[in-house]
Ligand binder design. Structure first.
Ligand SMILES: [Zn+2]
Length: 244
């Protein structure tokens, strides 16, 4: 979504984080996007992710909102999510009480390398915000092993780099390294699985016109796209049901 509000607000880093856009509503735009993932960081097939919700700062309504949004992925993968209170889990979620309200997550099994007791995912504090579900789905995409769709080497986003570095520094406190990690194209490496174009990936940031050359911008999509679902079904394929 393009907005007159600041185009992008990012959360300072966890240990090995992916940071997130916290921009708000606007107008739908045309887009050209791709999906990227990192198979080496996928979880074991058919496994159960134990997801700890830090109970001291979450009420039941908040936990339910997270579960409902995260569960959007479940019909398309062979993993199970087991939500538990407390601080012990493969994935550990806490609320982002900072001033920008964004989310962040490590990528896939990188969560296992995060020091025990530290969160692996931050989610916005306000679960009643209409963007909350999008952020949760996006962060769970990361925990499943998905990178940012806008970082595909073929995305051809005409970034105005002076404005990108200045904008993300001013609005989100991101240094150049953080911008390169979260915004710019990834190398074309066999480390990644590049899927075909996906016009509506939940893993794509808003691209504000103000940060590009020419008349180029893309909005956020607040639901899983057909491309997201195709990726999920490829990454964690469900067994074909036996015919009785
Ligand atoms: Zn992200």
């Amino acid at each position: 979504m393009i907005s007159t509000t600041p185009p992008a607000v990012f959360q300072p880093q966890l240990s090995a984080p992916v940071t997130e856009n916290a921009a708000d509503s606007g107008h739908p735009l045309s887009r050209s996007r791709r999906n990227i993932s990192e198979p080496a960081k996928y979880w074991p097939q058919n496994s159960t992710l134990k997801i700890a919700m830090y109970e001291y700062d979450m009420d039941d309504e908040y936990v339910l909102a997270v579960k409902q949004a995260a569960s959007e992925w479940l019909p398309h993968i062979n993993l199970k999510f087991e939500f538990v209170p407390g601080e012990e889990g493969d994935v550990r979620i806490t609320q982002n009480m900072g001033n920008n309200g964004g989310g962040s997550s490590v990528l896939g099994t990188e969560a296992l390398d995060v020091y025990p007791g530290y969160p692996t995912m931050l989610l916005p504090e306000n679960h009643k915000h209409p963007r909350f579900k999008y952020v949760v789905m996006h962060e769970f995409g990361h925990i499943l092993g998905a990178h940012h769709a806008h970082q595909h080497p073929d995305s051809h986003i005409p970034w105005n780099m002076d404005k990108v570095y200045e904008g993300y520094s001013r609005i989100a406190g991101m240094d150049r390294q953080a911008v390169q990690k979260n915004i710019l194209p990834l190398p074309r490496s066999s480390q990644y699985d590049f899927l075909p174009y996906d016009g509506d990936s939940v893993m794509h940031y808003e691209v504000p016109y103000a940060l590009t050359h020419g008349d180029w911008g893309q909005s956020e999509t607040w639901s899983l796209s057909d491309g997201d679902i195709a990726w999920a079904e490829k990454a964690y394929p469900k067994a074909i049901p036996a015919i009785a």
